[in-house]
Structures are given as C-alpha cells and as structure tokens.
Design a protein around this ligand. Sequence first.
Ligand SMILES: [Zn+2]
Length: 113
Amino acid sequence: MRYLCRLIKGKIVISVGKQVLKFATEQHPEFWDGETGDDQPNVKIDDIDVFMKEVVLSIDNEREDGSSLLTDMLDAAIKGAIENGCEGIDHDYQPKHRDDCSCDRCDALSADE
Ligand SMILES: [Zn+2]
C-alpha cells in the first residue's frame, strides 16, 4: 500500500508524486474506456509537470462558499474518523446551549455539574 497521506511534524501531508498522479489519471473511472472492450484510458498526459499544476489548482479552487475539493475531503475524513469511533475525540461531549438555556438537555447537563 502506498501511503499518500501521513502525519509529518504535526502536519497532515498529502504527497502525490508524478507516477501516482499519472496512474490515477489513466485509471480514472470517468476516463477509462471499458465500453469498447479496449480497456485503456481515454486521456493521455502530454506534460506531467504542467498537468500537476492544473490538478493543484483544481484541488485548491474555492467555491463561492469558501469550500473546495480539499475541504470536501477534509470534511469527509473528519466525519469518517468520528463515525468510526476514533481516538482523540470526546465522543460523549455535549455542548451546553447559552448559559441561560433551560431546555431539558441543558438542565440535565447543569445537574451533572
Ligand atoms: Zn439548551
């Protein structure tokens, strides 16, 4: 297994080299020609260095709401980790609403203190 994503010096680092990007592009399910029976990619990279810059721009390209493919991935990864019961998260945490909130849940939380 290739480790494309690692924790390095306190940062999540995603590392995709030229060969991995080339492979991923040629195997991309949307550009793979499976219908003619030829089983070959329908895309050909002319210049991997230029194409890499384009992919970087595509990853970071912000939509009007500030989201991007990268934030989509981060959101999905965070959700996946939490839903899988990951360590490092207080899964019992229940925030209180405003200090003066007296809903049943906040009342119960206050009673616990
Ligand atoms: Zn409340």
